[in-house]
Design a protein around this ligand. Structure first.
Ligand code: SF4
Length: 343
């Protein structure tokens, strides 16, 4: 759904009073109406105008899968040009409902552990295509008398390489007339695009920032994340410190546990040293099977040992709960073969 001001402009240009835009927004976002024909507040000529000119959804559901536990719901969407993306609804035990959205079709960054990158980059999503992923699940939850409480930009793509649309979609998600999701309940995860991290500190200081670190040094990081050549760790850590000083917000560092690559005791000590004295939290991510050859996840014991070393160094750390493995909706598995949450 396009945003309110654009909707008003469109209406006025077509001789329809702009207050009709508010009525439509209310019907869509507050009453969960997804057909203009149900919007009794609109006169028939306005309904006809909308039906002809403005589909409520910019994305169309193709397929959905629900995990055996019922707590994860993955949906494949088709875009107007036939390209496809996926988004996931996660229901946590404490009642939280979180939607993981995609920000691009494919990705330019080619991280070694992720098949999204291998599939190449197709295009950026528009702000509308991003917020409509949330709208889809919002409507689904309405039937359960519930709503989306959190949004994470951890699906396909690198959000900071589609910066303007991501920022615009965040402001829509936060808008009381639409989703009314608190900025602190929105997380953007980046592989470490330094100029946009700096910009983000100014534009969206209430929004949570997650950095996909995945390695304690440049040697390992560049071997699995080519983008690290452009943005080395020293510069990235400096930027993160500046971000924290400016925003007073804690950064989450994502660290996917890759067997024999980044999961040794010495890697854990090195990571602790790197993050020493930072206001941060480390999320250890169990690596899920994708169709990327030669990459295996660390064992549970190895992950526990790695975690203990970080704790020893007083680094706040958790192991991420992995939902939806059986429907390939867990980290690194979106789009049937891939995706972010890792990068
Ligand atoms: S992990 Fe994320 S940033 Fe890296 S290639 Fe995959 S989608 Fe892109």
């Amino acid at each position: 759904m396009i945003e309110l001001n654009e909707l008003r402009t469109l209406l006025v240009e077509n001789g329809i009073p702009s207050y009709r835009a508010n009525q439509v927004m209310h019907a869509v976002y507050k009453e969960g109406k997804i057909n203009y024909s149900n919007m009794t507040v609109l006169p028939s000529f306005v309904k006809e105008f909308f039906e002809m000119n403005l589909p409520i959804f910019s994305i169309e559901k193709v397929r959905e899968s629900i995990s055996s536990s019922g707590n994860t719901h993955k949906t494949l969407f088709r875009l107007h040009d036939g390209k496809k993306i996926e988004a996931v609804l996660m229901r946590f035990k404490d009642g939280r409902k979180t939607v993981c959205v995609s920000s691009q079709v494919g990705c330019t960054l080619k991280c070694k552990f992720c098949a999204t990158g291998k599939g190449g980059f197709k295009r950026n999503l528009t702000y509308e295509e991003i917020t409509d992923q949330v709208l889809y699940f919002q409507n689904l939850l309405k039937d359960e008398d519930s709503h989306v409480g959190n949004v994470v930009f951890m699906g396909m793509g690198e959000p900071f390489l589609n910066y303007d649309n991501v920022i615009k979609s965040i402001s829509i998600l936060n808008d009381p007339i639409t989703f009314n999701i608190g900025l602190r309940n929105i997380t953007v995860s980046t592989s470490g695009i330094i100029p946009q991290i700096k910009q983000f500190a100014d534009d969206a200081r209430q929004v949570k920032l997650a950095i996909s670190l995945h390695a304690p040094n440049d040697k390992i990081r560049t071997s699995i994340m080519p983008i690290a050549k452009k943005y080395p760790l020293k510069e990235l850590m400096l930027t993160c410190k500046e971000y924290t000083e400016k925003t007073h917000r804690r950064i989450s560092y994502e660290y996917v546990m890759l067997r024999g690559i980044n999961d040794s005791d010495s890697n854990a000590h090195e990571l602790s040293k790197l993050l020493h004295e930072q206001l941060c939290h480390v999320n250890l991510i169990p690596y899920n099977e994708t169709n990327v050859k030669g990459m295996k996840g660390s064992t549970k014991n190895r992950t526990e040992q790695f975690k203990k070393i970080l704790e020893l160094h007083k680094i706040p750390v958790t192991v991420r709960i992995s939902l939806g493995k059986d429907i390939k909706a867990a980290c690194g598995q979106l789009a049937g073969k891939s995706s972010c949450n890792l990068g």
